[in-house]
Design a protein around this ligand. Sequence first.
Ligand SMILES: *[C@@H]1O[C@H](CO)[C@@H](O)[C@H](O)[C@H]1NC(C)=O
Ligand SMILES: *[C@@H]1O[C@H](CO)[C@@H](O)[C@H](O)[C@H]1NC(C)=O
Ligand SMILES: *[C@@H]1O[C@H](CO)[C@@H](O)[C@H](O)[C@H]1NC(C)=O
Ligand SMILES: *[C@@H]1O[C@H](CO)[C@@H](O)[C@H](O)[C@H]1NC(C)=O
Ligand SMILES: *[C@@H]1O[C@H](CO)[C@@H](O)[C@H](O)[C@H]1NC(C)=O
Ligand SMILES: *[C@@H]1O[C@H](CO)[C@@H](O)[C@H](O)[C@H]1NC(C)=O
Ligand SMILES: *[C@@H]1O[C@H](CO)[C@@H](O)[C@H](O)[C@H]1NC(C)=O
Ligand SMILES: *[C@@H]1O[C@H](CO)[C@@H](O)[C@H](O)[C@H]1NC(C)=O
Ligand SMILES: *[C@@H]1O[C@H](CO)[C@@H](O)[C@H](O)[C@H]1NC(C)=O
Ligand SMILES: *[C@@H]1O[C@H](CO)[C@@H](O)[C@H](O)[C@H]1NC(C)=O
Ligand SMILES: *[C@@H]1O[C@H](CO)[C@@H](O)[C@H](O)[C@H]1NC(C)=O
Length: 450
Amino acid sequence: MVSLPLSSALLWTTLFLTSKVTAVELDLNSFESLENATSLVAYGLMDYYTGDQYGKTVGMFSDPYYWWEAGGAWGCILDYWYYMDNDTYNDKFMAAMMHQTGDNDDYIPLNQSTTEGNDDQAFWGIAAMTAAERNFTNPPEDSPQWLYLAQAVFNTMALRWDADTCGGGLRWQIFVWNSGYDYKNSVSNGALFHLAARLARYTGNSSYTDWAEKVYDWMWDVNVISHGDYMFVYDGVSVNNCSAVTPYQWTYNQGLLLAGCAYLYNSTGNDTWHQRTLKLLNSSSVFFNNSILYEAACQPRDTCNTDQRSFKAYFSRFLGVTAQLVPESRNQIMHWINASAVGAAQSCSGGTDGHTCGTNWFYDGWDGKYGLGEQMAALEILVNTRALDKPAPYTAQDGGSSQGDGAAGTEAHATNLNPLNITAGSRAAAGIITAVIGISIVACALWLVF
Ligand SMILES: *[C@@H]1O[C@H](CO)[C@@H](O)[C@H](O)[C@H]1NC(C)=O
Ligand SMILES: *[C@@H]1O[C@H](CO)[C@@H](O)[C@H](O)[C@H]1NC(C)=O
Ligand SMILES: *[C@@H]1O[C@H](CO)[C@@H](O)[C@H](O)[C@H]1NC(C)=O
Ligand SMILES: *[C@@H]1O[C@H](CO)[C@@H](O)[C@H](O)[C@H]1NC(C)=O
Ligand SMILES: *[C@@H]1O[C@H](CO)[C@@H](O)[C@H](O)[C@H]1NC(C)=O
Ligand SMILES: *[C@@H]1O[C@H](CO)[C@@H](O)[C@H](O)[C@H]1NC(C)=O
Ligand SMILES: *[C@@H]1O[C@H](CO)[C@@H](O)[C@H](O)[C@H]1NC(C)=O
Ligand SMILES: *[C@@H]1O[C@H](CO)[C@@H](O)[C@H](O)[C@H]1NC(C)=O
Ligand SMILES: *[C@@H]1O[C@H](CO)[C@@H](O)[C@H](O)[C@H]1NC(C)=O
Ligand SMILES: *[C@@H]1O[C@H](CO)[C@@H](O)[C@H](O)[C@H]1NC(C)=O
Ligand SMILES: *[C@@H]1O[C@H](CO)[C@@H](O)[C@H](O)[C@H]1NC(C)=O
């Protein structure tokens, strides 16, 4: 059960007056205070989980939360376990991550396959990668392992690299029939870069470093990474005009690049990645107001959609890991995280439970917004106040026990959904499907009219 709609004012008032209201309180100097605060926020996050209910799908959250955001949310639950030593939801995490792997163990489950984008796949891959780096309990032997899953996501994404337009890059969508197939967005490419950087550090295999460099260079060349005094990450480019950069800046894109550079610097010691990390970090100041994090492209105008309301969660996560990996970034990052965590905690004072989190962390109290994204973002910023109290991501050399395979995802049982296999015939079929849907819509409209 989630917060009641505000419209049921009478019921609302009754509940408000009769139930004991406990806002989230936070004293950054007390671990117990942080435990109390995060357990309320995590519980609120899991209020949106429906996978345990009869007839619902394991791993999925309630409507309107898409499959990709579920992958993001499981990453938050993993961080909750890691930073707060609370394993309440570990079994649910394992079940969800295993149920959604898909037949090819690459996070393209059949139910999602027709609508899935590269970015959607990546967020589940990132959760699997994190499980490997945190040495989370390994899946049963007959199941795909964390590292394997992350490699399969990386490999299948890398196979979709499209040199035919804009000199490279990944398209947003996997399939030609989805709108967005003609767009090369930063979250898909940034996530490929980010996964490559993490696999490079975990495995020590320089092929991943080469891939990371290739993706980064392409993003730089098409100007989705800005070239001036600041390094901003813009939304993407159209394949119909590779000079047409969509200029929106989202926290999660800045974070994917920032943390990716941090991993590369940490594992190679290469000064180029060091300088890029620091410049991306400095440029992240556009997302802070008095050191409190906000989604600058939509939050001030109150236009953040369901997806966008979760972006601060990933950015908070990536800030924390950057602080772990790059010592020079620590003061700035922990200053931002501390201030934002205090703001987020005081926003978690809404709803009938009295601790539903809001969107705007510098609003005095709860701003009336609620949702899975709000719970995820608040949970991530809170747990990341502990970034420097926990070990940096493990590697295969120093603590990680997950097993993988460099060829994961490309082996025999690879689904024939790989767009590289899309033939003229299936393109025509896609055209027919689109036409049929179009005709059906017209038919329905006519039926309604008459
Ligand atoms: C944490 O919650 C427990 C149980 O509600 C309470 O007794 C304790 O005082 C709280 N601690 C802090 C620091 O708020
Ligand atoms: C662990 O998390 C659960 C769910 O959020 C919470 O009920 C429990 O109190 C937490 N335990 C501690 C020690 O914080
Ligand atoms: C696919 O959808 C069906 C029907 O909703 C469900 O039973 C099944 O668990 C889903 N599979 C996955 C992998 O989500
Ligand atoms: C491509 O986009 C750029 C930047 O928006 C614009 O200046 C140019 O006119 C566009 N070219 C075409 C052919 O539309
Ligand atoms: C450091 O990384 C940059 C960017 O990938 C690369 O061009 C350069 O050759 C690297 N330097 C060394 C010494 O490996
Ligand atoms: C970023 O760099 C500029 C120029 O060096 C400096 O003035 C500014 O204080 C820096 N901002 C942050 C947040 O580090
Ligand atoms: C920054 O926060 C203050 C309140 O602390 C608010 O008045 C101001 O409008 C905020 N700025 C933006 C850009 O949201
Ligand atoms: C990489 O991260 C570890 C763990 O925080 C740290 O000890 C080490 O100094 C970092 N390496 C570099 C090159 O900064
Ligand atoms: C963040 O808060 C913690 C706990 O109060 C404190 O130890 C740390 O010094 C703070 N860091 C910064 C940079 O403000
Ligand atoms: C990682 O997990 C393995 C298997 O459970 C265990 O043997 C190993 O000690 C763990 N490593 C760390 C650093 O905890
Ligand atoms: C390194 O990674 C590449 C790309 O995934 C793979 O083809 C190769 O087999 C890996 N090499 C080793 C030694 O694992």
